[in-house]
Write a protein that binds this ligand. Structure first.
Ligand SMILES: C[S@@+](CC[C@H](N)C(=O)[O-])C[C@H]1O[C@@H](n2cnc3c(N)ncnc32)[C@H](O)[C@@H]1O
Length: 213
């Protein structure tokens, strides 16, 4: 499962940045919400949207996809190939740990616990939750479960629009590496795909922003 996921994101690396507009917006909002300082881990870093918004910080990325790690390294210096559920760092290795649009792909109890373990000051997370993307059967986590497990110091929920419709919306999921979720209803024919494309409009991600100290 992790290998498939890593391959899926590696394949999308060239198209990710052009299409991932909701992810970019969420990265900016996360940095404004958390205001990280000092030594920062960008968890599930991808190509580095969050790190782009971090000024005067010492950043390090971690991702499960080798291609994402490669691109991140070219832009931001240091990145490590690894799994957010089992971080290769000692306790309190970072001042801040921030993660944007990544932990819904993980066992979030494990990955958030790991983020808390390696952070000295604060953990900031933006994750899409249940209620996102009306036609998807992706198992987005339920915000109540996350809030009742980690009792964040502060949190907010915001809908972030996906600014694509019809076929472009389908392309959006492909080009950002998120189309191949195994549990999704399989679309078998071109006709079915076109029918679905015509009917979908106004989709959004329901984003949970967490500040955990
Ligand atoms: C939608 S992208 C978001 C990337 C980046 N944070 C951003 O804001 O653009 C999700 C990223 O999570 C990574 N990812 C998925 N599961 C992971 C895991 N278990 N450990 C580390 N990274 C993971 C993927 O490889 C991918 O780069």
């Amino acid at each position: 499962m992790k290998n498939t996921l890593s391959l899926q994101f590696s394949r999308a690396v060239e198209t990710y940045e052009e299409w991932a507009l909701p992810q970019r917006k969420s990265a900016r909002l996360l940095v404004e919400f958390i205001n990280p300082r000092g030594k920062v881990l960008d968890l599930g870093c991808g190509t580095g949207f969050v790190s782009e918004y971090l000024e005067n910080c010492e950043v390090l990325g971690l991702d499960i996809s080798p291609k994402m790690v490669e691109v991140y390294k070219e832009r931001h210096g240091i990145a490590v190939l690894g799994n957010a559920e089992n971080l290769p760092f000692k306790d309190k290795s970072f001042d801040y740990v921030v993660s944007n649009f990544s932990l819904h792909w993980t066992d979030w109890k494990k990955s958030i616990s790991e983020a808390i373990r390696v952070a000295k000051v604060c953990v900031g997370i933006a994750v899409p939750v249940k209620g996102s993307v009306s036609f998807s059967s992706f198992p987005f986590p339920d915000e109540k479960d996350i809030l009742n497990t980690f009792f964040p110091k502060e949190y907010k929920i915001l809908n972030i629009e996906i600014p694509f419709e019809g076929l472009d919306l389908i392309k959006f999921f492909h080009y950002t590496g998120t189309a191949n979720y195994k549990g999704k209803n399989k679309l078998k024919t071109r006709g079915e795909l076109l029918k679905l494309a015509k009917s979908i409009k106004g989709e959004y991600f329901r984003m949970l922003f967490l500040k955990i100290h």
